[in-house]
Ligand binder design. Sequence first.
Ligand code: ZN
Length: 309
Amino acid sequence: MAARVVPNIWSRTSSWQPLRAILDRAGQTRTAVGHFNASELVAVKGIVSAARDCCVPVIVGASERERAFAGVRQLAALVRSFRDEYDLPLFVNADHTHSLGAAVEAARAGFDAVGFDASALPFEQNVLETRRAVEALKTINPAILVEGEIGDIGSGSRVHTREPELAGILTHPEEARQFVQATGVDLLAPAVGTMHGLTPAMVCGLTKKRLDIRRIRQIRLATGVPLVLHGGSGTEEMDFREAILAGVTIVHINTEIRLALRKGLTEGLQFSEVAPYAMMTPAFEAVRCLVRARLRVFNSPQSAAEVAE
Ligand SMILES: [Zn+2]
């Protein structure tokens, strides 16, 4: 299926650049880089194909469990092979890494970024663990980007049968400033209204996640680092646009990918076909289609135009 390429700020970015340069450019133009999770080849191909269709940078993310399934070195090599073949700004992030050992493993495997997540610990301990991770990872690869996390946005990129019990407390700008200063993280994931996973009402589109745009702007100003929005699945589209204008530079989508993949797989298994590439093509197309739609929002010309005014 031929896709329409929408001209955007990345249209002339033909060759690969370091992730930091890509994020700087995204911040300047008030666009965001999409971060999509994958744990196997079909989803990775769907994500990469969407990035090619839209001609934009993309980050493939994998949590500890997703990496355990795909293989840490194998996933890094796979994304790198697509990057080399298509000469596209494709990156790979070690999402929600809870231990220093797993973070070091990802850095040694060639991941471009590590999301170090000690947010379940008390603030002071989170600072200590995250600072230790930043020091260790930068020793392995000075160009690697390290993301720190504060606040509670729940866990589990799945459909929750009932509303997750979250403290509902948003990250305070001053706390965010202290955290970034004390840890030296390159990126920060705060709690600004989203949560991981979807409720059944969100899956049907009856309700949407809403973001605290004012808080995002305050945290961006206080910290001076690009912000990462986790749990982006099921968010109101206008909130994405406003959040990007306010300082969000990376948006994570996982649950929506999983749902698209499952829907495509179900469709592919309805036929008597046994060739894997035929069975899995609807899953690949479903992921590609979903990612393409999200990338168009994150790289919206409207956001860039508002900045240019
Ligand atoms: Zn997350």
